[in-house]
Design a protein around this ligand. Sequence first.
Ligand code: ASP
Length: 304
Amino acid sequence: MTSPVDIVLAVHGGAGAISKDVISDERERDCHAALAAALRLGYAVLAKGGSSLDAVVASVCSLEDCPLFNAGRGSVLTYDARVRMDAAVMEGKDRRAGAVTNIHGVRNPVWLAREVMNSAHVFLTAEGAVEFARSVNAVFESDEYFITPERLLEWQETSASLAKTSVPAAVGTVGAVALDRDGTLAAATSTGGMVLKRWSRVGDSPVIGAGTYADNRSCAVSATGYGEIFLRAVAAHEVSSRVRHLRQDLESAVDVVLLDVQRLGGEGGMIAIDPTGNVAMRFNSEGMYRGYITGKGHLETKIW
Ligand code: ASP
C-alpha cells in the first residue's frame, strides 16, 4: 500500500494590471476573503479524503459565485453587453478533461465542464453546451444575476474609449489546482473572457493544454492573462512538458513559459502544483490574486 500524500491546493482570481493605487482597501480585503473562502472550501474536500477534482470544482464554484471576479456572476460583458463564459477541468490520473465555451445562463460553468468530462465528450460550445446543461439539470440564473452594476459601468466606459479593433484586457479569471491524498492532481479554470469580446472569441482558459492542464506525471496548471498569447504558447501543456521531459523544477518551468509569453507580447500568470506538493504561483503582470493552503491548513493569500 502506498502512504497518503500531503494534500495541497492553490487558487487564483486573475492576473493583470491590478494597481495598488486604484484598488480600494475594502476591495482588497474582500478579494483576500474570497480567495481564503475558496481555499477553505477546496481544502475541506481534500481533508476528508475527497478528490482533487472535487476540490478544484468546489473552489472555483465559490469564486464564480463571487461578483468580484471575472467568472460566473460578475463576468465581464461582451461587445453587445452580454455574458458569455468559458471553463475547463482536468484530472491528472487518466487525463480526463471537460470544457465549455461561450455558454450563458449557467450559474457554475466549471460544474458544467465537469459534467462534460463525465460524458462521452471533452469540449462543448455555445448553444449546444447550453442544451447539454439543461439535459444534466444545471442551475440557471437570469441576466440580472450575472451582470453586476460594476461590470455594466466598465462596459460603458470601455466601449466609449476603445477603438473597435483593439483587444481590451480583463482581470479576474479564476482557477484552482490541487493534489489529493491519492496523489492525483487536478486543475480548473473559469472566465468571462475579455471585456468587449465579440465574434464568439475564445481565449486560453477552456482550451485543454493552453489555460488548463493536469497530468500526474508532471503537474497541474491553471493560467490567466492575455488568452490569445497563452493559446499560441500552449502555455499549460508547455509547463507540463518541461517538468516531465526536461525534469525542470515546477517554478523554473512556469517562469520559462511566462518569459516566452512575454516575448510574444502577453501578460499574465499561472498557478501550478506537482505530485510532490510543490506549488508555483508566478506572474509577469502587476499583480495576481492568488493563494494556497497546505495539508496542515496553513493558508496564505496575496495580490502583489
Ligand atoms: N485568459 C482569459 C481569456 O483570455 C482572461 C484572463 O485570464 O484574464 O479569456
